[in-house]
Design a protein around this ligand. Structure first.
Ligand code: GLC
Ligand code: CA
Length: 558
């Protein structure tokens, strides 16, 4: 495997609106990111992915871009962004921007021109089609609910939007449109970005016949992604994109890809893949309900262990996946993947350890490192997210009570991870001096950066030790390039694996169960590299793991 600069790096996702506000308007900003660079450096972060900060009407929190070349004034100015790039570089950190190119905002100049003249040049930047017998061109349901086709007033035409109606899909069959995107991407790369996180990219390939399919819900519609699953050829578009842009700059790219055809893994993230890496969403997918959040199931340990191990096995020898326990679209990982009895700081450290030492590129989502948790809202009005509002409605329509619908939001809402970062136990969690745009989790008096920095036993200081171990001279190569091999899969509630390289082998073992568990070790001489509990020792080839205990052991006599 050819070595790349980003192998072995640790990444961090910033959700800028909720990270740190420096001017008291209740919204995080670029200056706020700058002020916290040393904090991130100290944590051990190398790559920072910032969710969209481009000009946007914020119908979908910036994932609806109205000008790709501008910074939204909410966040600051382009000069501040350039300063951020510089400051990051000084600290040997790279900035990764979000690239949202499946769709843009309906306020984008292209779409405004297209609406004014759908038959004209800009009309072809999007997908305008005639309806059929007074109905939309096909029966696709958008990701946020309702038809994926929106009628253009006063015409027979509809335009396609896989997400909100304010997010029209861009036509990737139009060479001119593609060139405009490529030019824009290169313009950003020229500034010195380390790369991009690439949003919803699998959706760019469309079947231009837009066939209808058998409905999959009581609304008579079918998930729009069904068409994406049926159509071939996304690879050609992705190669074109890579060759015209990223490749020339050795940019790091991490793609958001659901619904890839399994046999295409190598084409996506292999040695010469379309992307450097892509997120492993296999665990997150366990939380999908058949019809929505209201009929989603809790994640079961066995299924979670099996699916994450499968991803690891499939990818080794091919490339690297990016490993996460949460992001801005998912609830907090500690609420999703830990059983209720393990939702404490020992459990948080345990989950962190098994996730971050996997083979791949670890991404930490803001607040994860201090143990931030889902936030209970009193009513649907307290939520901001478009998807949450839609899921709440769907739940009510399917017969749930308001309480049940709200409970589903508590478990699965995207706003769980979007509440402001908890910097201190002081007013507004030290996030803002004004009124925060979204409720702050009331647990900030216990869970916050300031207090945790001062406490050696805190989740935050544990994350630092964990990342430092991953990047240490002795273990860096092993945790980056070492193979992955499941261990003790016959043991109930034990999540364990080996990482090995050139005769060196390390065991990562965690007990997600309620009872202590004894394990026979393959080597009776083991050294403890890390544990979340005091007095962790492995004697004479046996190891007893307490509930919520994780241990990282190096086999010494091997
Ligand atoms: C991605 C983003 C999500 C957004 C969607 C539409 O899934 O992560 O936040 O709503 O794309 O751009
Ligand atoms: Ca601000």
């Amino acid at each position: 495997m050819t070595k790349k600069w980003w192998h072995g790096k640790v990444a961090y996702q910033i959700y800028p609106k909720s990270f740190y506000d420096t001017n008291g308007d209740g919204i995080g900003d670029i200056r706020g990111i700058m002020e916290k660079l040393d904090y991130l450096k100290d944590l051990g972060i190398d790559i920072i992915w910032i969710s969209p900060i481009y000009q946007s009407p914020f119908v979908d929190q910036g994932y609806d871009i109205s000008d790709y070349y501008k910074i939204d004034p909410k966040f600051g100015t382009m000069e501040e962004f350039d300063e951020l790039l510089l400051e990051a570089k000084k600290r040997d950190m790279g900035i990764v921007m979000d690239l949202v190119i499946n769709h843009c905002s309906d306020q984008h100049e292209w779409f405004q021109k297209a609406l004014a003249d759908p038959e004209g040049e800009y009309g072809d930047y999007f997908y305008f089609r005639k309806g059929k017998d007074g109905n939309p061109p096909s029966n696709y349901r958008s990701y946020f609910g309702g038809s994926a086709w929106e009628k253009v007033e006063g015409t027979e035409l509809y335009y396609l939007h896989f997400f909100a109606k304010e997010q029209p899909d861009l036509n990737w069959n139009n060479p001119k449109m593609k060139q405009e995107l490529f030019q824009m991407i290169n313009w950003w790369l020229e500034k010195g970005l380390a790369g991009f996180r690439i949003d919803a990219i699998i959706n760019i390939k469309k079947d231009l016949d837009f066939p209808s399919y058998e409905p999959d819900g009581p609304d008579g519609l079918v998930r729009a992604i069904k068409m994406v699953e049926e159509v071939d050829g996304v690879g050609e578009l992705l190669e074109e994109l890579k060759e015209a842009t990223f490749e020339k700059y050795q940019a790091f790219t991490v793609a958001e890809v659901f619904n890839m055809k399994e046999e295409e893994l190598e084409e996506f993230v292999g040695e010469n893949g379309h992307f450097s890496t892509m997120f492993d969403f296999s665990a997150h997918m366990l939380t999908f309900g058949k019809h929505g959040w209201y009929d989603a199931k809790e994640v079961e340990f066995d299924a979670w262990r099996e699916i994450t191990f499968e991803s690891q096995k499939k990818c080794q020898g091919i490339g690297f996946l990016a490993n996460i326990i949460e992001n801005h679209d998912e609830p907090r990982g500690v609420n999703t993947y830990l059983p209720s009895y393990a939702q404490n700081t020992d459990g948080f450290k345990m989950l962190a350890t098994v996730n971050i030492l996997l083979r791949g590129i670890p991404f930490i989502y803001q607040g994860q490192e201090i143990g931030m948790q889902n936030c209970r809202m009193e009513s649907i009005e307290e939520y901001d997210d478009i998807d949450t509002k839609n899921q709440y409605k769907t739940a009510l329509e399917s017969g749930c009570s308001k309480e049940e619908a709200l409970e589903a939001c508590y478990k699965y809402s995207r706003d769980n991870a979007r509440t402001p970062m908890q910097w201190s136990g002081k007013e507004q969690a030290g996030f803002t001096t004004g009124k925060p745009w979204l409720k702050i989790n009331p647990n900030y008096t216990q869970v916050n950066v300031e207090d945790e920095l001062a406490d050696q036993e805190s989740v935050l200081n544990y994350y630092k030790r964990l990342i430092a171990l991953r990047k240490s001279e002795e273990c860096k190569e092993l945790f980056t390039y070492g193979s992955f091999e499941p261990a003790y899969v016959d043991k109930e509630k034990i999540y364990a694996y080996y990482r090995s390289l050139n005769g060196k082998r390390v065991l990562v073992a965690a007990n997600f169960g309620k009872d202590a568990m004894e394990l026979e070790l393959a080597d009776d001489n083991c050294k403890v590299l890390l544990s979340n509990m005091d007095g962790a020792e492995a004697f004479g080839g046996r190891l007893v793991l307490k509930p919520c205990q994780v241990i990282v052991l190096e086999e010494v006599s091997k």
